[in-house]
Design a protein around this ligand. Sequence first.
Ligand code: FAD
Length: 371
Amino acid sequence: MSESAATAAATPAKRPAGRGRNLELPEHLKAYKGVWVFIEHDRGHVHSVSWELVGEARKLADKLGSAVGVVVLGGDDEPLEKYAAEAFAFGADKAYVMHDAVLKGYRNEPFTKGLTDLVNKYQPEILLLGATSMGRDLAGSVATTLLTGLTADCTELNIDPASRALAATRPTFGGSLLCTIMTLAYRPQMATVRPRVMAMPQADAGRTGEIVQEKLGMVETQIVTKLLDFIADADSSKINLPYADVIVSGGKGLKNPENFKLVFELARVLGGEVGATRPCVQAGWVEADRQIGQTGKTVRPKLYIAAGVSGAIQHRVGMEAADVIVAINTDPSAPIFDFAHYGIVGNALQVLPALTQTFAEHLARNARHAA
Ligand SMILES: Cc1cc2nc3c(=O)[nH]c(=O)nc-3n(C[C@H](O)[C@H](O)[C@H](O)COP(=O)(O)OP(=O)(O)OC[C@H]3O[C@@H](n4cnc5c(N)ncnc54)[C@H](O)[C@@H]3O)c2cc1C
């Protein structure tokens, strides 16, 4: 295990003697305590990845014997205290809330200042953010401002028993290896995690916590970026793979884009979404938003049907948390059969229509009985 790459890139001025080889936590950083989560919200909705991270933060804090804090930044009229109450239900102990007109709508400068000011004042030892567009943008600028280490797109978070440092695991070398990165000589230890990589925690409506109100101390004229308008992405709500309960995925084994229609038909009958492997996206068979895997989406459906998918590690890391995986492949030694719960050795071009027809008949029968 090594010091993080991001840490290694920190300015030499702050680096301990020995060009980063002295991995002892400097005395002045030993005061850093607690596990924090940045709560991402937009237009009245908290992104579920924030709750997934509060659940992880709770586990880490329990191992460290420390508390979970959340940071909620937003405009004067936004219900930040309501989001804080939700965070308490998911396991947080404290919420650091900052209302300011310049925090309405995400912009990097005021959010970086808000978050770094809070970190410098309250000194959490771990800071987690969702690996979303907002989280990735903010995490990078906060880490570089604080001159600390950031491990992006983690798939597992733990506490190293020897050093009590955050052990952040992520794929490396094109996904063929997993590496565990620790930031030993800097604080806070930062990590981002993609939506659905961690399980959603159970909410306990009876849990409460403490709200700490803070001020930003920044005015509009200090901010270069201006928010002129919000133009919704007309396609953004069409494909919702990360939160779909049923996903039918196709791979190159389907041979051509016309055959991919068989995947869409089965997904439609099951009320699910359509996923794909990277080669299918690269060949232009389906939209890039449907790619599942290391460089695509991470999913956690109740049912994942993979047709003509080999099960390469880069695909597997995006879907192996599914409750039930059914694989259809002509090759009995395809890697996907090593981790699928049910396997059908057969031609997907025949199996998919057969499943579609059987499910359609079954559902129609159920509907007739219910009527
Ligand atoms: C840095 C990096 C990142 C990557 N990121 C991703 C990613 O995010 N997502 C991703 O998916 N991949 C990713 N890949 C690519 C990955 O390594 C694999 O190449 C890819 O997942 C394989 O796609 P596939 O299973 O569709 O195709 P193939 O590997 O070609 O497999 C096709 C499968 O279909 C089976 N088959 C053939 N005919 C039939 C039939 N008629 N019926 C049933 N089965 C049949 C074959 O036996 C075979 O197992 C990445 C690679 C790299 C290097």
